[in-house]
Each structure stands twice: as C-alpha cells, then as structure tokens.
Design a protein around this ligand. Sequence first.
Ligand code: TRP
Length: 326
Amino acid sequence: MAKKRILSGMRPTGKLHIGHYVGALENWIKLQNEYDSYHLIADYHVLTTDLETGNIYSNTIEMVIDWLASGLDPAKSPFFRQSQIKQHTELHLIFSMLITTARLERNPTLKEQVRDLNIENVIYGHLGYPVLQAADILLYKGAAVPVGEDQVPHVEITREIARKFNNQYGVVFPEPEPLLTNFARLVGLDGKAKMSKSLDNTILLSDSPEEVKQKLRKAVTDPQKLRKNDPGRPEVCLIFSYHKKFNEGETPEIDRDCRSGALGCVDCKLKLAAKLNDFLAPVLEKRKQLENDLDSVKDIIAEGEKRALATAENTMNEVHTAMKLG
Ligand code: TRP
C-alpha cells in the first residue's frame, strides 16, 4: 500500500533552537519513516512579516543544516524552497479566488501576529498567508500536516479551499488533517511562554556545551526559591520542564529533592546542562561536517527541488484540466 503523504514546512529564520526541535523537528524525524514526507522551506512566507530578503538564503542554509544534523533524511523526503517551485505562486493565485477576505480576517493566527508584532496595517500578502500555505500543502496533495496548535487554523482554511475547489471544478485535492505534535511548546529561558529568536531566550541546536551552561545559568527558576536550600516548586520551574523533556529518567528524584530543598538551582541546572549537551553532541558533530561541505547541502536542496517540481507539475496539469484551461 502506498504511504500516506505529509507536507511539513518551516519559515527559514536561521539557526534552529531546541523549541523547534521539540515542537516540530523531532516529530518530522519520527514521521519520515511512516509517511511519504515532503519538507518545505517557506521562504516567500518570510516576506509576510519582513520585507528584508538579504538573509533568507543564508538562513535557509542554516536551517537545512539543522534539519540534517538532527536526523531528517533527504533520501527519504525532499527538501525544497517555495520560491524555486513556481507552481506554489500559481496555485496560490487560483486559491485566492476561492476564499473571502472576511474569512481570512477571522484567522486567529493572523490576529495574534498583528498583536505580537504591533502591526498597524496588514498587507494583502499577510492576509493571504494561509492561502499560500494551502497551495504549499495541496500542490503535493498532502493528506496530513504535522503542526503545532497555532497552525491548526491554517490547516482548517486549507481544508475549506480544497473543498471549494473540488466542488467547483471536480475532485483534485484531499482535505488534509492536522497531525498535532504531542509535546507542548518549550518555555523560553526568561520564563516567557514561547522560546523564540526574537525574544533572545533560546538554546540553539548549534550552541556549544559552554554556551548551554552559560545560558542555563541565567535562566529563570521558581521565584520563591531564593536560597539553595529553600523548598522549590518544580511545577512552576521552566528548568524542570526541560528536565522532563531531556532528562526524563531523573525527574522523580529532581522533583523530590527540589521540593525538600536538598537540591539547589545551580546544581539542578548543571544536571540539565549535562543531559542537554549529551543530546546536542552528535548534532554539533554532524553540523561541523556539513559546514565544511556546503556543496553537499546545496546539492541536497537542488535534488529535493527536482523531485518536488515533478510532483508539482503533475498536480498543476490536473488543476488545469479540471478548470478546462489549456
Ligand atoms: N506557517 C508555518 C509556520 O509558521 C510554515 C508553513 C508554510 C507551513 N507553509 C507550510 C507549515 C505548509 C506546514 C505546511 O510554522
């Protein structure tokens, strides 16, 4: 039986952090064996919130290096840039006729971005963000999309557009399902709800053991645990939430010793640094190899774009036939 197709995507914002790993990449790596996966580099989507394009290419390379170093396998699933497969923009245009502006204005992800980034006037392309995303997914007939909670509204819009197209012109597209990542987002080192580069509260997949230690040293813990032997509350401590992810085996003991006051934050952070660095060591090693062989990284993208293009051309032929164009 043919494997089910999934389409996953990320905007290229440069080096990835452990929040990207926990929230997305880890899941993609697991899914690549069960599914026929396509991995999109959403470089045009960057423009929806930042018109400066000078860093997009280098950010793409950094992101792809992190994908590879973490274990995503390009032999299994192609990596490709939206900007290089012209069918994305073509299908985006067709889809833009199949949804109302009122529907797009209700998109909660857009509302959140407008609030978080203090955007005064929304540009047309930003309003259309989910329309381009629908084109990304449906161009490859993705049946499922691995995403976090915040992207579920975009998958819903994709389903609506697929339904509308199929009703209007005949069935070409599946109605994709979201595949939710089960681990919640990692909290940032400053205790903010989200680890994010713009908040400067991240641990990067490319951080050295010393950087990891330094960053953890400054991280926020339970504000009521002022002295080493004060009893702490693991449930409010972000360091404990990282232990749960990267050091699961020791969590019962850490929980107990934090509460009793036997374990101070400095030691607790050192335990975590050791585990995180064990996890990151092979990633760093692979990263170093790739940085010294950028041609092979570029070849991987070029090869992925060839494969993606073949699929994209087939879909657009079907679209044009269904629409009686050409
Ligand atoms: N909007 C996604 C994000 O910000 C990125 C993205 C673009 C995407 N196109 C996609 C994700 C298609 C999944 C499928 O995370």
